[in-house]
Design a protein around this ligand. Structure first.
Ligand code: FMN
Length: 197
């Protein structure tokens, strides 16, 4: 079986439009995939405050990569496909997702650095797929859209070669029927993308 890691940042749960894209995607996932659900809304993932930062540095200095603190990094490194579903917040990603990424950015697990300062990604996944919805009229590729460029950079850093975004935008500003139409269109794209895996 191949492993798909579903990083779920759909904070509004059942009410989330982005979650609908994720549900469509997962419902069309080929049988050889096993989806592992990581719900960032309930996971014990905390920002690196001073105490956590130094505790983590100590473990890294001691080479203790088997510590449970690095479990999420290992889970990401071992996934064959990474699916991220997140609403668009403040021109980028919610802090919860950024916090997750800080927690999984671990030398020796998701990336490595040699003595000459060359970085190499260590993640096995060939692609990351971003499912997202935006409230304002901010289309893909807009300079106001900073979620995709940031996640693309993270993928490059972690060695994840491919990146695709499926989105619907204008959700909070266009008439409800139009928002529904756009969401439906993105839902179809999400389903087709899953089928093509
Ligand atoms: C805290 C917060 C910040 C947001 N920031 C933006 C933003 O910067 N740009 C934008 O287009 N929409 C923004 N929105 C609107 C959401 O992107 C939009 O409602 C989206 O469809 C929510 O996804 P969901 O239904 O999956 O929760 C924001 C919403 C919230 C709650």
């Amino acid at each position: 079986m191949k492993k798909l890691l579903f990083i779920d940042c759909c904070i509004r749960g059942e009410a989330s439009r982005t979650r609908k894209l994720a549900e469509a995607f997962l419902s069309a996932l080929p049988q050889e995939y096993d989806a592992e659900w990581l719900d960032l809304g309930t996971a014990e993932i905390r920002p690196l405050d001073r105490a956590r930062y130094f505790a983590r540095e100590k473990l890294l200095d001691e080479g203790k990569l088997a510590d449970p603190l690095f479990g999420y990094a290992k889970q990401l490194a071992e996934a064959d496909v990474v699916l991220v579903a997140t609403p668009f917040w403040d021109m980028g990603i919610p802090a919860m997702l950024k916090t997750y990424l800080e927690n999984v950015s671990i030398a020796g697990i998701t990336f490595s650095c040699d003595e000459e300062g060359n970085f190499t990604g260590l993640c096995k996944a060939e692609r990351m797929i971003l499912l997202t919805t935006r409230g304002m009229e901010i289309p893909d590729g807009s300079e106001m859209e900073q979620a995709t460029p940031y996640l693309k950079a993270i993928c490059k850093f972690f060695g994840i070669g491919g990146f695709e975004t499926v989105s619907a935008w204008g959700m909070d500003v266009v008439p409800p029927e139009e928002a529904e139409k756009r969401l439906l269109c993105a839902t179809t794209s999400a389903r087709e993308l899953a089928q093509s895996l």
